[in-house]
Design a protein around this ligand. Sequence first.
Ligand code: UDP
Ligand code: MG
Length: 304
Amino acid sequence: MALLSVVLPSYNEEAMIPVTAQTLRQVLSGAGIQYELVFVDDGSRDKTWKEIKTAHEEDPQVHGVRFSRNFGKESAIFAGLANAAGDCVAVMDCDLQHPPETLVEMYHQWEKGFEVVEGVKRSRGRESGAHRKSAGMFYSIMSKAVNADMSRASDFKLLDRKAVDVILEMPEKQAFFRAQSAWIGFQSAQVEFDVQERKAGHSKWNTRSLTKYAFSNIADYSDMPLQMITGVGLTLFVITLIMAAVLIVRLIIGCPATAVMGSVLIEMFIGAVLMIALGIIGYYLARIYREVQARPRYIIATKI
Ligand code: UDP
Ligand code: MG
């Protein structure tokens, strides 16, 4: 019989571990699915690891990997994939915002032969207008970059062993799981779900971390910002030519003061654009530097 591994990245989730472990046990054994749970404690500062150990004592199908410090959700997902034994591996949040019933549906899709089963958000849950807008912009850039609709994508996925092995073999260290699983291709299916309310604990994201996350993932899959620089440069070049022509005409007809002020403004503008351009190049350069350093994505302190 096939084994399903469920990878659960967990950061400060002491309240959720017992609930999630028990819920998944009920739902999966109820559906007659042979499973293992792989909790990845991403350097939690609360009793998450203790709860994982307790869950393991209650159910030997519960496994745990504990990081030496917080490495972030992407690293936790990757470590979970690397430590999963299943014929297929699912990734889901451990706060039950990804409904376990959907997991069963995804498993059945896998049984039908789909190798990448993506959990797709039917609704995005409660979000502010500004959040929705910036998320929309981010996903439209990402969708272009990986050539697949990412607007409703989530980290809730089930992958066949083949797809897992391909992802594990990809050498990049700063990967974005959500895009990676679309980028690798394979026979894929989508299963819709409604994002649930978090049952306990709180979200680890804020505007700053989300913005950082967005930029880092765009840089991973798209070089659009670098190409944008060329576009802006060309536009500025044309504008400068026009302004130069205007300036000459103005000098001839005799109103030098306004012309001088205008040219100072243009210089400042060009200066600012150049700095931004250098910043974008620097951002990619820093990422290349980090890849070249090839530091591990995570460091494991303990395993059960
Ligand atoms: N998470 C993690 N490492 C982190 C931040 C979050 O493993 O540094 C886990 C977290 O425990 C949860 C999942 O990633 O299982 C999603 O996080 P969260 O619920 O905070 O995000 P949201 O659902 O609000 O987008
Ligand atoms: Mg959550």
